[in-house]
Design a protein around this ligand. Structure first.
Ligand SMILES: [Zn+2]
Length: 268
């Protein structure tokens, strides 16, 4: 938080860019890279990823990923609209694809581009388990976590000093690959920080509950994840006992939030 504020101040002094408010936490975050700049790169990388990987089509599981994804996206929109952030999802082009691959992994790139690998389905176990992963991944994207890290890196590397105009397409793409290095280089993505992890947990569990999935599935999922060998997803989303117990403590408030929207029964 302190660092973010300092960097925001630094950026402000340089009159380079503004800070944005995170609608889920009310916190100020850096926004040196706008969605308008980021989304085209993200969409292009996503398309390239789909072209070079085996997309599962027409199966029950593929349909399941799409159905749960649509419900999570709808929940995000409902939540944002109800909290005065109408239009926050402008430019989002949601897509949900299942990839034939043994990895226990899933991700969401900026602008709502989601991938699940078949390898994670046995760990997810149920629709609510999938929704717990999806809610968490979508939360990172909605809270612009990757974008914040990119903004910090721009400053660190002095790229932003001369203004955003100094960023070449190539630098921008390199930076994107460094922080979302999923398109061409699976596993190259840097781990999220502990604060971003807990923020994505808090937002994600609300999203899954609003989408009608039992939030109790979230702590159960990460517990299974830890005991299922070394799932690739843990390298970018570090889990530990304290994280799982905080998720457990978030279940009642997630259910209460869902109740505000008339959701009182949940899919397992
Ligand atoms: Zn995460």
């Amino acid at each position: 938080m302190k660092i973010t504020l300092r960097v925001c101040f630094f950026a402000g002094v340089l009159a380079l860019s503004s800070c944005a408010t995170n609608p889920f936490t009310g916190k100020q975050t850096m926004a040196l890279v706008s969605n308008d700049q980021l989304f085209p790169t993200s969409f292009q990388q996503y398309d390239e990823f789909l072209k070079s990987n085996k997309v599962v089509e027409g199966t029950t599981d593929a349909a399941r990923i799409k159905r749960i994804g649509q419900r999570i996206a709808k929940a995000a929109e409902t939540y944002l609209n109800a909290n005065g952030y109408v239009g926050y999802l402008k430019g989002y082009k949601w897509e949900y694809h299942l990839i034939e691959d043994d990895q226990k992994n899933a991700w969401c790139m900026p602008g709502g581009k989601i991938v699940f690998y078949t390898g994670i389905l046995p760990v997810a176990q149920s629709d609510a388990g999938i929704a717990a992963i999806m809610g968490h991944e979508v939360a990172h994207a909605l809270a612009n976590h990757g974008q914040q890290r990119m903004s910090a890196a721009y400053i660190q590397q002095g790229i932003a000093i001369a203004g955003n105009v100094a960023i070449t397409d190539e630098q921008s793409r390199d930076m994107f690959n460094q922080y979302y290095g999923i398109g061409s280089n699976v596993g190259a993505m840097l781990p999220f920080s502990r604060s971003h992890e807990s923020e994505a947990d808090r937002i994600g569990i609300v999203l899954m509950a609003l989408a009608g999935y039992n939030p109790e599935a979230a702590p159960a999922l990460w517990t299974r994840m830890e005991s299922s060998g070394t799932p690739e997803i843990l390298s970018t989303h570090p889990a530990n006992a304290s994280r799982i117990s905080s998720l457990t403590s978030l279940v009642p408030s997630a259910k209460a939030e869902a109740k505000k929207f008339g959701i009182t029964s949940f899919t397992e």
